[in-house]
Design a protein around this ligand. Structure first.
Ligand code: CP
Length: 310
């Protein structure tokens, strides 16, 4: 049984919770490999996908996860709702609540919205990404992908590379990877690093070449152009010199090491076209599509555990 009903911050989950989610993800992963990719575990439950910010992977992944568990899933998109006519977020939520739902999955640009919705509805809530703050289910699917590649976490060297300061994925991944015993290094320029790094207990480097031959996991981050209210880096050329993954760097990674990225990728910025185009022939090394695939099983596990916890 999970110790929580809400997953707003990855720190909400204990190590026992995390291991339980991973075990269940394995079970659901087997379901997804069958011809009939469905179990009746959540028949009669209703889940609402509330997305106030754009998404491809996360929204579809939660939708598939709910449907594979036989729950009813409703998609709410702010841009085509009565919020366009001026309805407030709280009136929107109360309206939806009147229709009786069991779980809310919320993506929003404002970090405070998750607590606000949780307090005002009393419904279980999963954070599907809030501003620059957290993306807990991305971190869970990342952890599950690492587990499938390495079997264990203790002592694995993980380097998270790129736009750390604007990244909710980096925040959730750092906390989760450290909690599971991994050795985490951030690779970025000082302009793209937050100030409170002592809190995370991570190492810091400024050049991807410092870690390329020793890291077990190279986690490339998306340059978050939509969240940059000022210019954080002088030029793409400069970024490519110190922080991008090109084919030469890919080939210098150690045997067994893997590349990850939460998507969507800015081709030519954080990862070169040549590396992106080689994913199909280098599946053992480049795990970006596998992360997306694992996201469905990891989210099935989390939804199932939340809705069956007494
Ligand atoms: N990784 C991720 O959150 O992608 P989307 O924005 O497409 O959901």
């Amino acid at each position: 049984m999970l110790s929580v009903k809400n997953v707003i911050d990855i720190a909400d989950l204990s190590v026992d919770d995390i291991n339980l989610i991973l075990e269940n993800a394995d079970t659901f992963n087997e379901v997804l490999e069958r011809d009939l990719k469905k179990v009746p575990a959540l028949r009669g439950k209703t889940i609402l996908n509330l997305f106030f910010e754009s998404s491809t992977r996360t929204r579809i992944s939660f939708e598939l996860a709910a449907k594979r568990l036989n729950a009813d899933l409703i998609n709410f998109t702010a841009s085509s709702s009565s919020m366009k006519k001026g309805e407030s977020i709280i009136d929107t939520i109360k309206t939806i609540q009147s229709m009786i739902v069991d779980l809310l999955i919320v993506r929003h640009s404002d970090s405070g919205v998750m607590d606000f919705i949780s307090r005002n509805t009393g419904l279980p809530i999963i954070n599907a990404g809030d501003g620059k703050h957290q993306h807990p289910t991305q971190a869970l699917l990342d952890l599950y992908t690492i587990k499938k590649a390495f079997g264990d976490f203790k002592g694995l060297k993980v380097s998270i590379v790129g736009d750390i300061i604007n990244s909710r994925v980096a925040r959730s991944d750092m906390l989760l990877f450290k909690k599971m015993g991994m050795d985490v290094t951030l690779v970025s320029s000082s302009m793209l690093l937050p100030e409170n790094l002592d809190y995370f207990g991570v190492n810091v480097r400024n050049n991807i070449d410092d870690i390329i031959e020793t890291a077990d996991v190279i986690y490339m981050l998306r340059m978050q152009l939509e969240r940059q209210e000022r210019k954080y880096y002088p030029s793409i050329n400069e970024y490519n010199r110190f922080l991008s993954l090109d084919f030469k760097r890919l080939q210098s990674m150690k045997e067994g090491a893997i590349v990850m990225h939460p998507g969507p990728v800015n081709r030519g910025t954080e990862i070169s076209e040549a590396v992106m185009n080689s994913e199909d022939t280098m599946k053992q090394k480049i795990k970006i599509n596998e992360q997306v695939r694992n996201g469905v099983a990891a989210r099935m596990a989390l939804i199932y555990l939340i809705l069956t916890t007494g």
